[in-house]
Design a protein around this ligand. Structure first.
Ligand code: AMP
Ligand code: MG
Length: 379
């Protein structure tokens, strides 16, 4: 059943209420220092009037009042806005990192902004993120550092270059008991081409992803996807009024009807093996090519059914990076799907920035997973 659920605002505090959760709402009101100041509205299965202050949720429940959830949503929206602004205003130039992958002003600026937001919201928490300041410090390209500072200054007007370096390096690559992991621009190649890219953020506690969030500026009119362990996977427009809809993977059980997704970049996968797998499973349509964890969002919203990250013949020992998988994996699981490595093992997020215990990824709506693993064992 779909419930109409709503939450009220007072200053910075928000309180979530929904049918069946009145008791919890009353308890929270009691806990508030000034309960009467909180305006609580409950709509029982009736549409709530849409006013700019009233945000609506269809589905059961996500606790938007939870500090970490509120942080993930707010920080990602701000980050995505910055990425879009840089894309609109700057010529798409990329530096080349040591591993030959591209990095742009947007990667550094978004990571600095997120690092700063985290420092303010959760000063104890570390950030395991893709970029580091050494690449930015060492670039011979004139003016790149200034462009990054100017970009960050859209959100933090008095930001200095030294602060930007510090925010980028916040936490280094040290993962501990509890940390956030960020890919500031996942799919940098897609960002440069004007295709799909996402800002991906996840909270990992004791090796388990608790919150996974993807800001997808080019998916539909721009979507924010947030999954919370045990609370489902939700989508809201990236801009304008927050309106959360619960996501569910597709019900497709017939391999012949399956919509397959793969990386746009052929060298991030194994195209020959992909063809063999398609034949073995009985998938008839050609795969949809898409950059970044936007693929995981597409799977979660039920417009794709199956996804492979196969090992490229050029990099057979490639191991996935935690910021490329953590947010997307929870998005898929909380939408009812399944994600494993190519051997059928769960992804292990407890071992540091690289998923050294896993090879590649297969993700699906759940129904097609066993068929995919069976085909992988044979091919
Ligand atoms: P996608 O657009 O799905 O291919 O994902 C983009 C991510 O692929 C980037 O963030 C890179 O970290 C990652 N990547 C880079 N090289 C490889 C590779 N050889 N195999 C798999 N993934 C890669
Ligand atoms: Mg990435």
């Amino acid at each position: 059943m779909l419930y109409q659920l709503s939450y009220a605002h007072h200053g910075n505090s928000r309180i979530v209420v929904c049918p069946g959760a009145e008791e919890q709402a009353k308890q929270r009101t009691t806990d508030h220092p000034n309960p009467l100041a909180l305006e609580i509205k409950i709509w029982h299965l009736k549409p709530a009037p849409s006013t700019p202050k009233c945000e609506k949720i269809m589905g059961t429940m996500i606790d938007l009042d939870h500090p970490e959830i509120g942080f993930a949503i707010g920080a990602l929206k701000e980050a995505a806005q910055l990425a879009q602004q840089i894309q609109r205003e700057m010529a798409p130039t990329a530096l080349t990192k040591e591993d030959k992958s591209p990095v742009t002003v947007a990667d550094f600026a978004v990571q600095a902004l997120l690092g700063r937001s985290l420092e303010t919201a959760f000063p104890e928490d570390t950030l395991v993120a893709e970029e580091d300041s050494a690449t930015l410090r060492g670039t011979p390209q004139q003016g790149i550092q200034n462009q990054v500072v100017e970009s960050v200054a859209h959100s933090v007007p008095d930001a200095t270059l030294e602060q930007v370096y510090q925010w980028i390096d916040r936490g280094g690559k040290e993962s501990g008991h509890r940390f956030w992991t960020l890919d500031p621009i996942d799919g940098t190649k897609g960002f440069l081409r004007g295709n799909q890219y996402v800002v991906a953020l996840a909270l990992v506690v004791k090796g388990e992803v608790q919150i996974g969030a993807l800001a997808c500026p080019n998916l539909g009119r721009g979507s924010l996807i947030i999954a919370v362990r045990g609370q489902g996977c939700w989508r809201s427009p990236l801009t304008g009024l927050e309106r959360f809809e619960k996501l569910r993977v597709s019900a497709c059980e017939d391999p012949a009807q399956a919509r397959l997704l793969r990386s746009f970049e052929a060298e991030h996968t194994n195209v020959g093996q992909m063809d063999e797998l398609m034949q073995a499973i009985g998938v008839s349509a050609q795969p949809v090519l898409m950059d970044s964890q936007a693929k995981y969002a597409v799977l979660a919203e039920g417009t794709g059914d199956l996804l492979f990250r196969l090992l490229s013949p050029t990099y057979p020992d490639y191991r996935e990076k935690i910021w490329d998988q953590a947010a997307g994996s929870l998005v898929i699981e909380e939408a009812g799907g399944r994600i494993t490595d190519l051997d059928g093992k769960p992804l292990d997020f407890s071992v540091g920035p690289l998923l050294t215990q896993n090879r590649g990824v297969v993700a699906s709506n759940g129904h097609l997973h066993e068929a995919a693993l069976k085909a992988l064992r044979a091919h």
